[in-house]
Structures are given as C-alpha cells and as structure tokens.
Design a binder for this molecule. Structure first.
Ligand SMILES: Nc1ncnc2c1ncn2[C@@H]1O[C@H](COP(=O)(O)OP(=O)(O)OP(=O)(O)O)[C@@H](O)[C@H]1O
Length: 324
C-alpha cells in the first residue's frame, strides 16, 4: 500500500526563556527523532499525554511549522520547501477551535471557505450540499452558527475541513469537549470518511476512541515514539496479564495473602470504594483461576465479580510509565 505520510528521524526544538531576573535559555525537544509512515486509506492515531509532541507533529505535517531536522513528507513532498505542491490536497480540523464564523450560516461559512480555494460556484454548491448531508446539518444549513450546539459546530468544522475534497485530513482532538453522543456522531463521520477512501491522522486523549477508530496507533511520550501498531498489536505487547476485579463487603489481610499465594497470581491491590472493598487481581493470561479465587473467598459476601480483558488503557499506562 502507498505511503502518504513519511516521517524519518523527525525533530523539532523550541528555544524558551526561563526566569525573571536571571533570564536563561532552554531548549525544549518537542519532537525528538520520530519515524513512521501512514498508508493510503488508514485512520492513524497519535496518542500521548499533554506535551508529548502530538500537535507539533501535526503542525509540521500541515506546513505550519518547519522541522528542525529529519524528513517530513506528505504525498511525497517535503512539508517545508515543497508545501505549495500539496497544500490544496490536505486539510485540518482542530478540535474546540472556532474555525468557523458564528455570525454566518453553515452554508455561508462553507461558501466562504470554498472561495478561498477559488472553487467554481456550481462545483462549490454541489460540494457544500454533499458535505452538509454528510455532517447531518442539511436542515440547519441556513441557520446562523451562533445558535449551534458544540457538536453541530464541530460537525461544521469537519465540513469546512473537507471543502477542498482533501486526500488527507489531519484532526487534532476532534471530539474534545463533546458529549458522548456528539462524540459518537463525529466518530461515525470519521469512519464514513475512511470508507470514502480518505486518509486520516488524528490525535486524541481518549484511548477508547483510538481503540475504536484507528487502524494503527503511534504512542508518543516526551517527543519519542514509544510504540506503534494496530490496537491488537499494542495489546499483545503487554499481553500475558489479565485482571479480575472483585467487590466485597469486607475482607481480611489473611484472605488477601491466600489469593496472593495462588499460582499464576502476580499482584493483588486493595481499594476502598463506595460500593465496598475492591480487590484488583492481576494474573497470568492463560490461567483458569476464578474457581481458586472464589474458593479462597468462601463465606465472604461478594458484591460483584468482574473478569476484565486487557484494554488499550492498560497498554498505554504501562508503555508510557516504562518510557519515563
Ligand atoms: N511554540 C512553542 N514554543 C515553545 N515550546 C513549545 C511550543 N509549542 C510546543 N511547545 C512545547 O513542546 C512540547 C510538545 O508540545 P505539543 O503541543 O506538541 O504537545 P501535545 O502532545 O500536542 O500536547 P497536548 O495534548 O497538551 O495538546 C511541550 O513541552 C510544549 O510546551
């Protein structure tokens, strides 16, 4: 499959000044030697904590920021120096940002952005109708954006980002600040874009969202690539451990000792919760251990028993902690 994005040993530094009296210069290595490729038609996720370097990567890809060194190519062109060759074939959507005009209607906003691309009027009108339909704003097309909910504004931003029918769409936290339903609608639109053949790179803090949407995920920490793969491949990196969560009315330390000593159990954590005392038991994946655990709890009142599969969150926390 064709690579539409290529990063090779990409770096970006910022010089910041610190201190009031003794002003001192410091170098921040926002992106510190990152390499990966994104294939045509992929939904590729960048995941990482605040300050990991995600936005800096996106900004270099969309030509807003020059790299300090390394290769940063989009559609085969260098993002710095050859930006004119591909700028009209990409677009970006920043979550939570007001990239649309509140005093205009949805349709007039899109007409304005179509004009910036010198689109022919008939072609623009056709594209606008198609996009309003895609983001489910057809009924609100001629209503002022100032009356829109956050979810509607964000859907309009998606339409704005698609006005030039880009091959690649970059999205920086597209669902930030949306309620669960609004976020779900947006995720469905992103999926639809993939089926229409678009390539999408997005950043998100929501692990569930990355797991649900992305074909592949890059986990970034402190400007470094910590892991890269499909959600399943990432889960496999730390596979080998499963979790059972049990909530009990009460439990003694002796009982916890007994569970800890069971073969295959690797750790037992105790937490006081509103619902009772929760035991979080980590054990080797292949072991069939629930029967032994239940035996050691005989006579105790079990309020809930939950066998949990490994989530992307477990992987993320483990990898980010290991990379510190
Ligand atoms: N213009 C700038 N000047 C100085 N430092 C910057 C600048 N832009 C980013 N940084 C620093 O670079 C690092 C990476 O920032 P970046 O915004 O890329 O992180 P992020 O992963 O997108 O974080 P968030 O999830 O909070 O948006 C941070 O330490 C940040 O403070």
């Amino acid at each position: 499959m064709q690579n539409l994005i290529e990063l090779k040993d990409l770096k970006r530094e910022f010089v910041i000044t610190k201190g009031w009296i003794k002003r001192k210069k410091e170098i921040v290595k926002a992106v510190d030697g990152i390499s990966f490729e994104v294939k045509k038609g992929e939904i590729f996720g960048l995941l990482g904590q605040n300050g990991a370097g995600k936005t800096t990567i996106i900004k270099m890809l969309i030509t807003l920021l020059a790299p300090s060194s390394g290769t940063c190519k989009v559609l085969g062109y260098n993002t710095y120096g050859e930006e004119k060759e591909f700028r009209d074939k990409i677009n970006f959507i920043f979550g939570g940002e007001m990239g649309v005009y509140k005093r205009l209607s949805a349709r007039d906003n899109l007409k304005y952005f179509a004009n910036l691309y010198y689109m022919d009027e008939a072609k623009a009108n056709k594209q606008i109708d198609k996009l309003l339909e895609l983001v489910d704003l057809k009924n609100k097309a001629d209503v002022l954006v100032e009356t829109f909910s956050k979810g509607m504004v964000q859907r309009l931003q998606i339409a704005r980002g698609l006005i030039n029918d880009p091959e690649i769409i970059f999205m920086d936290e597209p669902t930030i600040g949306l309620d669960p339903l609004g976020a779900k609608i947006l995720r469905n639109i992103i999926r639809k874009l993939k089926t229409d053949g678009k390539t999408i790179m997005l950043t998100t803090h929501y692990l569930y969202e990355a797991d649900e949407l992305c074909d592949r995920i890059a986990i970034i920490n402190n400007g470094h690539l910590v892991a890269l793969g499909t959600p399943q491949e990432l889960r496999n990196i730390i596979s080998g451990m499963n979790t059972i969560e049990i909530v009990l009315e009460k439990v003694t330390n002796e009982t916890i000792d007994v569970i800890e000593k069971l073969e295959s159990v690797r750790s037992v954590e105790k937490a006081d919760t509103d619902k009772g005392i929760k035991l979080i038991i980590k054990y080797l994946e292949d072991a069939d251990i629930s029967g032994n655990i239940l035996n050691s709890l005989s006579g105790l009142k079990i309020l809930s028993f939950n066998q949990k599969e490994l989530t992307l969150e477990d992987v993320y926390i483990k990898l980010v902690e290991a990379s510190r």
